[in-house]
Design a protein around this ligand. Structure first.
Ligand code: ZN
Length: 456
């Protein structure tokens, strides 16, 4: 007998509806520490019976706990408070960086359990890197009973195709066309979600950090490489080919230095740690005087460049100043392109380079910086800096703290003003583990959108 198509569709619709309702209820409990069944009925418009049923299932599954009856119940029985239990489920996050690999189980509240790490040998090929990642992942998986683990997410640098998880190229790892997802699934014998590391960071900051509750936010990460990401209308935007947000490969100097991506003059060649180191080597080879010429090649790091700049080295100051200028412009351009509520900045270059007058570049005609509101994530000291680029190099180079401090420092929130729109600029809130947490959030985000389904 042929199944009636309409019945089938109704069943599918019914299941989707149930999932959506469950997600809605769970997210209300997550957001509201005083949630009760009655309050959920009021807020969702679902029937008391439906809410009861969903809550019973969430309780059975451990995702929600009943807490003491609230004191403000009014007449009759006081409602029982419902609390989200973030430890009910865990996702395994794996983050591959240029220098190390890390893996950890992360709970639904974005808190990692024990972090397992190992150095990635310089120049390691993809097979070596992935084998190391799989070893750490297996170790981390032993930190909890398997039934609590929802799935595995992985963050890698470079251009990553979503959802296939193919790393098309990662200039900084030297990987090209590596089917990371397939190779990791083979090694771990379970599904693995793989995404670009800055998109993972953005997802984590959106769920747990600086961009929580924000509909549209742009992210700029300047570390060993430069990357970007955008949350648009509440969702991570990956682009048609899974390659959206490559701010680091925007051309800032046509015909400029060769980038790892094969193009010339990308932002990354001037404003990433890797790019800065390459520019120092280039200048030294061209005979430019600098105290960095005394630094052995393997010790030539971002820290060494910052130290030289602090000691007054003109080359180091010039390069950091240019990086600051270009990063500021990238922020301003991103604001012009996406019209976000919020810009979130992260990465070692932004943290380490005290470069000065970083605000200058943001004052381009369309986007100006003004003093204004205090941001929610410990934001932004702002000034309208009208100084020219030459000022950047000349002045208090490393005197007053980091580029963050300059861009985001002190007591007041900074706001980019584009036309009439105001945009807050904040630093990322999750710190050094944001990419690792983000890797796990790839799984957690799906789960919270449809709880009680698993990825195992
Ligand atoms: Zn490039």
């Amino acid at each position: 007998m042929r199944m009636d198509t309409r019945t089938t569709l109704r069943k599918v619709d019914g299941r989707l509806m149930q999932q959506a309702n469950r997600a809605m209820v769970l997210n209300l409990v997550r957001a509201d520490p005083s949630a009760s069944r009655a309050a959920i009925v009021r807020q969702t418009g679902l029937s008391p019976a439906a809410v009861s049923g969903i809550v019973e299932r969430l309780l059975r599954d451990g995702l929600v706990r009943e807490e003491a009856r609230t004191a403000t119940g009014g007449v009759g029985r006081r409602p029982v408070r419902l609390a989200f239990n973030p430890e009910a489920r865990l996702a395994l996050g794996i983050a591959v960086d240029v220098r190390e690999v890390a893996a950890a189980l992360v709970d639904l509240g974005g808190t990692p359990l024990r972090i397992h790490r190992a150095d990635l040998p310089p120049g390691a090929d993809a097979a070596t890197g992935l084998e190391l990642a799989a070893r750490l992942a297996r170790r981390a998986l032993r930190d909890a009973v398997p039934t609590r683990v929802l799935g595995v997410g992985m963050a890698v640098p470079g251009m990553v195709q979503w959802p296939d998880g193919v790393n098309l190229f990662s200039p900084n790892l030297g990987w090209r066309d590596v089917p990371v997802r397939a190779l990791m699934e083979q090694r771990l014998d379970r599904p693995v979600l793989v995404d670009n590391e800055v998109r993972a960071l953005a997802l984590a900051e959106h769920h747990y950090g600086a961009a929580r509750g924000v509909g549209t936010a742009v992210f700029l990460d300047a570390g060993y490489g430069v990357g970007g990401a955008a949350i648009l209308d509440g969702a991570l935007y990956r682009g048609v080919h899974g390659a959206a947000g490559e701010l680091g490969h925007n051309t800032v100097e046509p015909g400029g230095p060769l980038c790892g991506c094969g193009n010339r003059g990308c932002l990354e060649t001037f404003a990433s740690a890797g790019g800065l180191i390459a520019r120092v080597r280039e200048a030294l080879a061209a005979g430019r005087a600098s105290r960095l010429s005394a630094v052995p090649d393997e010790r030539l790091t971002l820290d060494a460049i910052v130290a030289a700049a602090s000691a007054g080295d003109a080359l180091a100051r010039d390069l950091l100043a240019r990086a600051a200028t270009l990063l500021g412009l990238a922020v301003a351009n991103a604001v012009d392109n996406w019209d976000p509520e919020l810009v979130v900045l992260s990465g070692s270059v932004l943290r380490a380079s005290g470069s000065v007058r970083a605000l200058t570049p943001i004052t381009h005609p369309c986007a100006t910086v003004v003093n204004a509101e205090i941001g929610s994530a410990g934001t932004v000291g702002a000034e309208v800096a009208s100084a020219g680029a030459e000022d950047v190099a000349a002045e208090d180079a490393m005197g007053g703290g980091t580029l963050f401090d300059r861009l985001l420092a002190a007591e007041q929130g900074s706001v980019l003003e584009t036309g009439r729109a105001r945009v807050r600029v904040v630093r990322a809130a999750l710190g050094a583990e944001a990419k690792l947490i983000g890797a796990a959030t790839l799984v957690i985000a799906d789960y919270l959108a449809a709880p009680l389904q698993t990825h195992r």
